[in-house]
Design a protein around this ligand. Structure first.
Ligand code: PLP
Length: 386
């Protein structure tokens, strides 16, 4: 039996979402921009989906724009706001962002922008004083992620908004990992822009959305037709958006029960792993997405743990899925102060809606053995790393 513990990388489709998409694929093919009935029907379905995403985020559908991914939503938010403020040449972000934001910062630096990466503490919480100091009259935008994909730490977004707005600076948050795992609304947060992605909430891959508060100056970065009210040219991924809408529609119904159940499973898993010698956990002990467990198995290579578990059909990750191929140490783990050799021993387990008690039984039966066997053949002495 497969035990899937990589829900931060992607989630399985909810069966209700799959049914909705299958029905749509068979019966509808109209272009939402066409004026005859099958086109109007497609447009109607897009608007329904927009309503569901808006409701799940506590906003209205006029502020929701569909994109081709969470990555695209992040890029659109950052590049679009900076493009609309040509006389402001500064962008402020953090040292632990997902590559979708971090690499956009690197791109902006190459274009001559001043980009500040505000540091975080050992739990991954942003330094608010350093953030305050980084903001100048030239700063167009602050972008700080809501919850971190590798360690789960949650940022004080409301405080970040207060600090930035006091200085007249707009705020974007990448809420890709928070959506579906935390209860929040764009209204409470007060952010100007917020990114989400369908495949992290049991919807299909290749669809995201950007919340843009009414009146926020922003320019498109895809040019062409008038789709998404001129912000995102290109014929819409209708079936994907319909699936995303359905995933967002059922989210508020399932969230309260899911959260209690998943958090309890994660607590059990964490306690079991904590009993293995020479393991430590990363991320904030409390202000964290509880279903994300970042565990350093001192003295081991994370790939060895991952591959050994994979032979037992237990699927975990060595960090974010996006850096899985890169032969480099996680910038997030380095930013919280882990030594590179400890960062390299770190495995992420992330739970979701379809995990069960039986999954945790299996992991807790297999993992101690895997770790003990690997330690026996490891060249490192974990005592040297403590
Ligand atoms: N931001 C965060 C925090 C993520 O975890 C991810 C996905 O891993 C993304 C952005 C990118 O989303 P997408 O896979 O839809 O491009």
């Amino acid at each position: 039996m497969m035990v899937y513990l990589d829900n931060n990388a992607t989630t399985a489709l909810d069966p209700g979402v799959a049914d909705k998409m299958a029905g749509y694929l068979r019966e509808h093919f109209g272009n939402p921009s066409s004026l005859y009935p099958i086109g109007r029907q497609a447009k109607e379905m897009l608007n329904e989906a927009r309503e569901h995403v808006a409701r799940a985020l506590g906003t209205t559908k006029s502020e929701i724009f569909f994109t081709g991914s969470g990555t695209e939503a992040d890029n659109q938010a950052i590049l679009g706001v900076l493009d609309a403020a040509p006389d402001k040449r500064e962008f402020v972000t953090s040292t632990i962002e997902h590559p979708a934001v971090q690499e956009t910062g690197v791109y902006l630096e190459a274009k001559g922008y001043r980009v500040t990466y505000v540091p975080v503490d050992k739990f991954g919480v942003i330094d608010l004083d350093a953030l305050r100091d980084a903001l100048t009259p030239q700063t167009a935008l602050v972008s700080v992620m809501f919850a971190n994909n590798e360690i789960g730490t949650i940022q004080p977004i409301e405080e970040i908004v207060r600090i930035a707005h006091d200085k007249g600076v707009l705020v974007h948050t990448d809420a890709v990992q928070a959506f579906g795992k935390l209860a929040f609304s764009t209204e409470e947060l007060g952010v100007d822009l917020l990114s989400v992605s369908s495949h992290k909430i049991y919807g299909p891959k290749g669809v995201g959305a950007l919340f843009i508060r009414k009146g926020t100056p922003i320019r498109p970065f895809l040019h062409g037709g008038h789709q998404e009210r001129g912000l995102r040219a290109g014929t819409e991924n209708t079936v994907g958006i319909v699936g995303f809408g359905e995933a967002a529609r059922i989210l508020p119904e399932k969230f309260p029960q899911d959260k209690v159940r998943i958090d309890a499973l994660a607590a059990r898993l964490r306690a079991g792993i904590g009993a293995i010698p020479k393991v430590h956990f990363n991320g904030h002990p409390e202000t964290r997405i509880k279903s994300t467990l970042s565990c350093s198995f001192l003295g081991l290579e994370s790939e060895a743990v991952l591959l050994s578990l994979a032979t037992k059909e237990i699927y975990v990750s060595t960090g974010s899925a996006c850096s899985e191929d890169a032969d480099e140490v996680s910038h997030v783990l380095l930013a919280i102060g882990l030594r590179p050799e400890i960062a390299r021993s770190t495995v992420r387990m992330s739970l979701g809606r379809f995990n069960t008690d039986a999954d945790i039984d299996i992991v807790l039966r297999e993992l101690p053995d895997v770790v003990a066997k690997l330690r026996k053949i490891s060249a490192f002495d974990p005592d040297d790393l403590d």
